[in-house]
Each structure stands twice: as structure tokens, then as C-alpha cells.
Design a protein. Structure first.
Length: 125
């Protein structure tokens, strides 16, 4: 696939507000499907479909921890995606816009099974 088609396909995915918001949230830390369900008020299968599309283009990657699947950005080699994400609000601003609090899901950052925040690598923008 030529470079123009490759970039166009990836940017097309960002044309969906939910996917763009998901990627913006992933700038700061990993997120679990159940956290996205809580924040977006979308069913788990709906959230999983969005993540499947992003994963199929290599924009996100997943890590399984027990029964939970956590997603993180995979855009180190995608400067076109990085450029878009630099323009997006941070997690707190997004949650405020959505009238939501930090997710309290069992697999989230406030749970006992979550990795320490110090061990989380932030997305370098």
C-alpha cells in the first residue's frame, strides 16, 4: 500500500469522535475496555469494535492482564497520528467535557490490580 493510502486509512479512523476521544485518553495511560464502557456509556461490544478497528491499523496495542485487556497507544512510528493527538485535550479536560469522573472500574487505575502510576510510560508529545 502506498504511503498516501496508508495515512488516509489511519486518519479515516480518527474521523470518528469516539475513536479520536479514546486515542486522546490513551495519551496519558493504558485504559481497559470496561473503563471506556463507563466513560462513553456504550456497550462493551461497541467499545470493542472501535478498539478492534484501531488495533487492525496498528494504532493501539493490547496487553492481557488476567481477565482484563488493557489498551495503549502504538504511534511511535506514526507522526501523522502524533500530530493530531498533540492538538487534543488531556484526560481531565475530556472527562470534564463528557461530564464524567475518573472511571472506578475494577480493572482501572484506582483498583488494586492496576500497575503503579510511576511505572506507566507517558506518551511523549
Amino acid at each position: 500500500m502506498d504511503q498516501l493510502a496508508y495515512v488516509a486509512e489511519q486518519l479515516k479512523l480518527l474521523g470518528d469522535r469516539t475513536r479520536l476521544t479514546m486515542l486522546s485518553l490513551l495519551k496519558e495511560r493504558e485504559w481497559c475496555v470496561c473503563e471506556f464502557v463507563e466513560v462513553f456509556d456504550i456497550s462493551q461490544p461497541g467499545i470493542s469494535q472501535h478498539l478492534r478497528k484501531l488495533k487492525s491499523q496498528g494504532i493501539v496495542k493490547e496487553a492481557r492482564r488476567g481477565q482484563w485487556v488493557h489498551y495503549s497507544l502504538n504511534v511511535e512510528d506514526k507522526p501523522h497520528i502524533q500530530a493530531v493527538l498533540q492538538c487534543m485535550p488531556d484526560e481531565q479536560q475530556i472527562l470534564k467535557l463528557l461530564n464524567k469522573e475518573e472511571p472506578a472500574a475494577a480493572c482501572g487505575p484506582n483498583s488494586a490490580s492496576a500497575p503503579a502510576k510511576d511505572s506507566m510510560e507517558k506518551f511523549p508529545l
